[in-house]
Design a protein around this ligand. Structure first.
Ligand code: GLN
Length: 470
């Protein structure tokens, strides 16, 4: 497993080439097939791309990510490749264009190696909801890698690509990063273009990197961030030099510890590991203060009302007529809709569509959807007040470490609770990163989450990088 710095050093010393590096990753993917991290691998295209980058390197015209090999969650469009979203309904759907994040990676000379497995339409926390089989945790294959970007997290953890892109609507980058022991960033809403990301809940969705180091995550964000004319919700906020923010200095930094995130339901080993890291910051001159986010207890309920509402309307487009799967043998149009959707979607997606349709229906709209919107504002306001006094917040990423496959599939509420500390960042639109924070007694990775102010990824990168190397 190599970070981009060590790859670059090897490239510069002439020991290797982008083509050889790509070949090596392809070999690891082949050997690790049983983990089921990939839904598609691009051997010819990636080697071809690598050879072009090698030529550019000799000509001195290579981009900033030359030598980096990236895997892409299968909810993000890569031109001429299938984009299944882990669903049967899109099994044969081929994307006619590159998502903006993918074209920016290509322009920076990163090599795209394949598409990673995921919970169907990014709904889940264990990558067991894929129509193409579950993804296994490399450290213990009877366990889950988290989700929904489980394939991307495993690709990075198992050395199948240097970095990966995931999507995060309620924790889907950070929670699998935590379970597998890698770095995962959900940027500020609007920091990264969503053009070419298949929509789950449009006011929550964000694309971000998974990597072995904070530095690599910062590098990828630097390339994919910034305004895009194809996504009107992408913000016209300048992209700072994220690598320059990694100063290894936390003196005087004000760090808030939200007391609601350290209460019951949190595994003792997770709490201890996170508290140890907070002590490290204190010893190095950071100012640690307890803060309160009083509406925290409503985050899961609010997220599951609003995100399912948005999902039910976004997923209405899969009707068997325009996209993907169409059931055979229907006698009329309504039957075709019903059968295509009944056969094409899996159980969790159907549950979300039903929940979302219910909270939006005329008799219940005020009681659920409208009230949810109001509570979302209160949750946002909690963060805005907290950030008046602190520069960032530290919490556990998930209340537990990885669980056994099958353990929570029949209990959706238990599954939803894995996201208890991550959904708030999506409700508020703020950035959050998960970094490795040691292992529990069983050797399973623990994740620590750092939350920042809107568009202040630089500060959370700085704290993450400091903790990673101190
Ligand atoms: N696990 C959460 C859910 O199932 C979050 C998913 C996500 O971030 N895409 O909705």
């Amino acid at each position: 497993m190599k970070t981009f710095d060590s790859i670059r050093a090897e490239l510069d010393s002439g020991k290797t080439s982008c083509e050889k590096i790509t070949q090596e990753y392809l070999g690891v993917i082949e050997q690790g097939k049983r983990l089921n991290a990939f839904l598609a691998v691009f051997p010819e295209q990636s080697l071809e791309q690598a050879r072009t980058v090698d030529k550019k390197r000799s000509a001195g015209t290579a981009g900033p990510l030359a030598g980096m090999v990236v895997s892409i969650k299968d909810v993000i469009c890569v031109k001429d490749a299938r984009v299944t979203c882990g669903s049967k309904i899109l099994e044969h759907f081929v994307s006619p264009y590159d998502a903006t994040v993918v074209s920016r990676l290509k322009q920076a000379d990163a090599v795209i190696i394949g598409k990673t497995n995921m919970d169907e339409f990014a709904m889940g926390s264990s990558t067991e909801n894929s129509a193409y089989g579950r993804v296994k945790l490399p450290q213990d294959e009877s366990r889950v890698p988290g989700g929904s970007s489980g394939g991307s997290a495993v690709a990075v953890r198992a050395g199948m690509s240097t970095t990966a892109l995931g999507s995060d609507t309620g924790g889907s980058i950070r929670q699998p990063a935590s379970f597998t022991g890698v770095v995962g960033l959900k940027p500020t809403y609007g920091r990264v273009s969503r053009y070419g990301l298949v929509a789950f809940a449009s006011s929550f969705d964000a694309i971000g990197p998974l990597a072995l180091s904070t530095k690599d995550a910062a590098r990828v964000l630097g390339v994919i961030a910034g305004h895009d004319e194809h996504d009107s919700t992408s913000a016209e906020v300048p992209v700072p030099n994220y690598l320059g923010a990694l100063t290894k200095d936390v003196k005087g930094l004000r760090v808030g510890i939200p007391k609601e995130y350290f209460g019951s339901g949190l595994e003792a080993e997770v709490r201890d590991a996170v508290e140890k890291k907070i002590d490290v910051l204190r010893k190095h001159g950071a100012i640690i203060q307890e803060v309160s986010l009083p509406h925290s207890e409503y985050t899961i309920a609010t997220y599951y009302i609003l995100a399912t509402a948005e999902a039910s309307s976004n997923l209405a487009r899969y009707d068997g007529a325009r996209y993907g799967y169409r059931a055979k043998g229907a006698n009329d149009l309504m039957e075709m809709y019903v059968q295509s959707r009944s056969q094409g979607f899996g159980a969790e997606v159907k549950r979300r569509i039903m929940l979302g349709t219910y909270v939006l229906s005329s008799g219940y709209y005020d009681a659920y959807y409208r009230k949810g919107q109001k509570v979302r504002r209160l949750i946002q306001d909690d963060f805005i007040s907290a950030f008046k006094n602190v520069d960032c917040l530290i919490t556990p990423t998930s209340p537990s470490t990885s669980f056994k496959a099958g353990e929570k599939v029949d209990d959706p509420l238990q599954m939803y609770l894995s996201d208890i500390f991550t959904t708030s960042a999506n409700l508020a639109g703020i950035p959050g990163i998960s970094i490795p924070c040691g292992n529990d007694r069983q050797g399973l990775p623990i994740g620590l989450q750092i939350l920042g102010k809107h568009f202040d990824e630089a500060t959370i990168f700085r704290v993450a990088d400091f903790l990673e190397t101190t």
